[in-house]
Design a protein around this ligand. Structure first.
Ligand code: HXC
Length: 271
C-alpha cells in the first residue's frame, strides 16, 4: 500500500479524476489521497471505481464514485456540481479518461474517429468547463489533462487519438492564458509507454511489439502508473507548482526526443 505523503500537500482539498477506475487514473487518485486530498473518481463501470475509492479511503480521506460517460456533457456537469455540493469545492480536475486503438487512418471509420474524439477532446472540455466555472468563482484550482507525445510528434495509427490529444494541448494553453490571472492553472502530463492492463493489450499485445516500443525509449524501460502519478500530483500541488501553467510535463523516459543512436565506430576508443 502507498504511504501517506509527509507533505500532506492536498489536505482539505478535493480532486475529481475521470477514468479513475484503472491504470494511470487510479494511481493519480490514490497518490492525491496519499497527499491528504479527498478524491472523487468517475468512470463507466462502478466496480473498478469502488476499488480505487477503497484504496484512497485506506489513506484516511473521503471519497465518492460517479458512474458516467464523459461523452455525456450534462452528466459530466452534474458530476462536477455534485463534487462541489458534497465536498464544498473542487480544487483539482484530472482529465484522464481516454479511448484508443491503433488503426490505419485510411481504414478508420467516421464512427471510430468520433468515439475517440468525443471521449478525449469533447469529454475533456465538458469536465474542464464545468470545473473551471467553480474554480474561477473560488479564485483557485488546477486542471490537469493526460495526453501523449504523439499529440505533437505524430505517430502512425493514432490519427484520431493524436488529433484529440493535440486538441487538448491547444485547449490547455488557451485556458492557461484565459484563466491564469484568475487563479486557475491548466497543465498536461504526457506519459510514455506505461504498464497498464488497458494500454498493454491495446498497444503492445505481442513480445515483438513490446520490444519495438522499448527500443524507442532512451530510458529502455516501460514506466508505471505510480511514476506518472508523482508528476501529475506535482503539477496539481498549489504550492510547488504555483507558477506553472500552460505547460506539459513528459514522463516518457525521453521517448519523445526520438532515439538517437550512439555511433561506436565514429567515436574514439573509450577510456
Ligand atoms: C478499428 C475500431 C476499433 C479497432 C473500435 N473501433 N475499436 N475500429 N479498430 N480496434 C470502431 C468501431 O468499429 C466503431 O465504429 C467505433 O470505433 C466505436 O466503437 P464502439 O465499440 O461502438 O464504441 P465504444 O463502446 O464507445 O468504445 C469506445 C472505444 C473503446 C474508444 C472504441 O476502445 C473504449 O471505450 N476504450 C476505453 C479504454 C481504452 O481504450 N483504454 C486504452 C487507453 S490507453 P463503426 O464504424 O464500426 O461503428 C491509451 C494510451 C495511448 O490511451 C498510447 C498510444 C500509443
Amino acid at each position: 500500500m502507498i504511504e501517506k505523503s509527509p507533505l500532506q500537500e492536498f489536505a482539505g482539498q478535493t480532486a475529481l479524476v475521470t477514468g479513475g477506475g484503472s491504470g494511470i487514473g487510479r494511481a493519480i487518485a490514490v497518490r492525491y489521497a496519499a497527499g491528504g486530498g479527498n478524491v472523487v473518481v468517475l468512470g463507466r463501470r462502478i466496480e473498478p471505481l469502488q476499488e480505487t475509492a477503497r484504496l484512497a479511503q485506506e489513506l484516511g480521506v473521503r471519497t465518492d464514485v460517479v458512474t458516467c460517460d464523459v461523452r455525456d456533457a450534462a452528466a459530466v456537469t452534474a458530476a462536477v456540481d455534485g463534487v462541489v455540493a458534497k465536498f464544498g469545492a473542487i480544487d483539482a480536475l484530472v482529465n484522464n479518461a481516454a479511448g484508443n486503438f491503433i488503426c490505419a487512418a485510411e481504414d478508420l471509420s467516421p464512427n471510430g474517429w468520433k468515439a475517440v474524439v468525443d471521449i478525449v477532446l469533447n469529454g475533456t472540455f465538458y469536465g474542464t468547463r464545468a470545473a473551471g466555472r467553480h474554480m474561477l468563482a473560488a479564485g483557485r484550482g488546477a486542471i490537469l489533462s493526460v495526453i501523449a507525445s504523439y499529440a505533437w510528434t505524430g505517430h502512425p495509427g493514432t490519427v484520431h487519438s493524436a488529433a484529440a490529444k493535440g486538441g487538448v494541448l491547444a485547449m490547455t494553453r488557451t485556458l492557461a492564458a484565459e484563466w491564469g490571472s484568475r487563479g486557475v492553472r491548466v497543465n498536461c502530463v504526457s506519459p510514455g509507454p506505461t504498464e497498464t492492463e488497458g494500454a498493454g493489450a491495446a498497444l503492445w499485445p505481442t513480445d515483438e511489439d513490446r520490444a519495438r516500443v522499448l527500443a524507442s525509449v532512451p530510458a529502455a524501460r516501460f514506466t508505471t502508473p505510480e511514476e506518472v502519478a508523482e508528476s501529475a500530483v506535482f503539477l496539481l500541488d498549489p504550492r510547488r507548482a504555483a507558477y506553472i501553467t500552460g505547460d506539459v510535463l513528459s514522463v516518457d523516459g525521453g521517448q519523445w526526443l526520438g532515439k538517437a543512436v550512439y555511433s561506436d565506430s565514429a567515436a574514439g576508443e573509450r577510456k
